[in-house]
Design a protein around this ligand. Structure first.
Ligand SMILES: Cc1cc2nc3c(=O)[nH]c(=O)nc-3n(C[C@H](O)[C@H](O)[C@H](O)COP(=O)(O)OP(=O)(O)OC[C@H]3O[C@@H](n4cnc5c(N)ncnc54)[C@H](O)[C@@H]3O)c2cc1C
Length: 497
């Protein structure tokens, strides 16, 4: 592993058997996994280039068990890495050699569905799609729809603030979660948020959503459920260049239209998706947009017409509006299968995730092409165009010496370009270990220290998911230290108690 992780604590490793025995007393049955072969499935998440078997896995089945495990580990100075379904693409659930991997997948019950209040209360191991499946018969759904939705857990979605194609209009996880139950590293169980938007007090829920398992373990989530729109219409629009497609995206938004989804694929991704799902994508175009609008029928028809006119002004060469629901689903099937489809182009691919201002799309795509030549690797581009969220898929072969390193260097260069044009290092996949060392490209020392102080407020011993997100994990005492120079008190105007 090229990536530097915190050195395993030899004293903790020496106590492995004792730790396993104690965990078995807290979580009886077969929930504690310690055999080396049985630990293998947990050695990585979706960022498969990095692997590390955990010291031990505990599969908790209740909030009380999560609390007991965390309290015991806190008392013993043992680190804990939370894990949902293990689909993180940034290595957020990568285990540590001296840490307990705390699996939440068995906490998989839907506890309450309340149509009057339009919410569902679910345990963290419930998959994203299972929420929609539980309410769709009554005409409702859960809006954020990551492509991994059949498997990723809602707890993981909260930790990563996950998004999906419909987040352009309906917001990310953070806009669709009303409250959580959170277990702190010392075992305390707290509730943040509530059963309606914007409850009183500091917005601690806003801090926890997207905190990548660094602040606490989510054991219950209250999500908003929305009535399904009356109609959804999708259009497939082909362009002769990425620039014209990018301009069309910018013009649609500038016209005051917020589509339910607006996704773009470049020619390589279009060809791969078409060969995979055979849905009739036009193969001659350089860029393909899928634009979906939803709402009342009359509104959808009007918006589709407006979008078609904007596309034509931007030189669109093909335009197909889905005639029925089956065709609309087919348009999306290609996009949703784009990742596995691209995996047939080369033995391995590396999915990057950065966000840029929409108007910089053509410029950034040109830079990515130049970087591909510089690094000698292919790239296919799939992105949430409406959000400016890029997913370049870098093609490489891990069995060829040096190619993984080149793919990583290429990925880092793409993220540097994102930051340079006023964007950010992440879109929806989190920082994890993947982007950890690039954080200083975007944040100053002061920014990072402030962010870490927040971590210290929740987990002062830095036992929860260490080695992720922060490039340098300073001891909390170090961050709190106030330097006194020659008896002079810093910030004398600040009241002291
Ligand atoms: C093919 C594919 C497509 C994808 N498409 C998308 C996409 O469209 N949009 C998107 O946003 N992401 C996407 N992802 C990334 C991934 O699915 C999401 O980040 C997802 O939210 C991770 O959920 P998980 O349950 O797998 O979490 P894990 O991978 O198990 O964990 C992710 C992080 O959350 C923490 N965590 C997990 N559960 C908890 C909990 N209960 N409490 C506290 N911390 C916790 C972990 O410590 C880790 O830091 C995709 C991944 C794949 C493999």
């Amino acid at each position: 592993m090229a990536l530097k992780m915190p050195a395993p604590d030899a004293a903790v490793l020496a106590r492995r058997e004792e730790i396993i025995a104690a965990l078995r007393r807290l979580v009886p049955g077969e929930a504690v996994i310690s055999e080396p072969a049985a630990l293998r499935p947990y050695e990585c998440d979706g960022l498969t280039a990095y692997r590390q078997p955990p010291m031990v896995v505990v599969l908790a089945e209740s909030t009380e068990q999560v609390s007991a495990v965390l309290r015991w580990c806190h008392g013993q100075g043992v680190k804990v890495v939370p894990r949902g379904s293990g689909t993180s693409l940034s290595g957020g659930a990568l285990p540590l050699a001296d840490a307990v991997l705390l699996g939440l997948a068995r906490l998989n019950r839907i506890l309450e569905i309340n149509y009057d209040d339009r919410l569902a209360v679910v345990q963290p191991g419930v998959t994203n799609l299972a929420i929609t499946q539980a309410v769709e018969a009554r005409g409702y759904y859960y809006a954020p729809d990551p492509s991994s939705q059949i498997i990723c857990s809602i707890g993981g979605n909260v930790a990563e603030n996950s998004g999906g194609v419909h987040c352009l209009k309906y917001g990310l996880t953070t806009n669709n979660v009303l409250g959580v139950e959170l277990v702190l590293m010392d075992g305390q169980i707290v509730r943040l948020g509530g059963r309606q938007l914007d409850p009183a007090g500091l917005d601690l829920l806003g801090i926890v959503v997207g905190s990548e398992g660094l602040l606490g373990v989510v054991t219950e989530v209250i999500v908003r459920i929305l009535p399904k729109p009356e109609t959804a219409r999708a259009a497939l629009i082909g362009f002769p260049s990425l620039e014209t497609a990018g301009q069309c995206v910018a013009d649609v938004i500038a016209a005051g239209i917020i589509p339910a989804g607006m996704e773009m694929m470049d020619q390589k991704a279009v060809h791969a998706a078409e060969a995979f799902v055979h849905v009739g994508y036009p193969l001659q175009v350089a860029a393909l947009l899928i634009v979906e609008v939803d709402g009342p029928e009359a509104e959808c028809s009007e918006l589709i017409e407006k979008i078609a006119s904007i596309a034509s002004t931007n030189g669109a060469v093909t335009l197909r509006v889905a005639a029925d629901e089956a065709e609309r689903q087919a348009f999306w099937a290609g996009r949703k299968a784009a990742f596995p489809a691209v995996s047939r182009l080369s033995p391995d691919y590396y999915c990057m995730d950065g966000t840029i201002p929409r108007r910089r799309l053509p410029d950034v795509l040109r830079r990515i092409e130049q970087l591909a030549i510089h690094h000698g690797l292919g790239v296919a581009n799939v992105f949430h165009a409406g959000d400016g969220n890029l997913h370049p898929l870098i093609l490489y072969d891990a069995n060829q010496p040096g190619q993984l390193e080149r793919a990583e260097a290429f990925g880092s260069d793409i993220l540097r370009v994102c930051v340079e044009v006023g964007g950010v290092l992440t879109g929806e996949h989190g920082v994890g270990v993947e982007k950890r060392d690039l954080m200083p490209e975007m944040f100053s020392e002061i920014d990072l220290a402030q962010q870490q102080r927040l971590k210290c407020a929740f987990d002062p011993e830095l036992l929860l998911n260490p080695g992720k997100v922060f490039p340098v994990l300073r001891r909390c005492a170090e961050l709190a230290r106030m330097h006194i120079h020659q008896g002079e008190v810093r910030f004398p105007d600040v009241p002291r108690f």
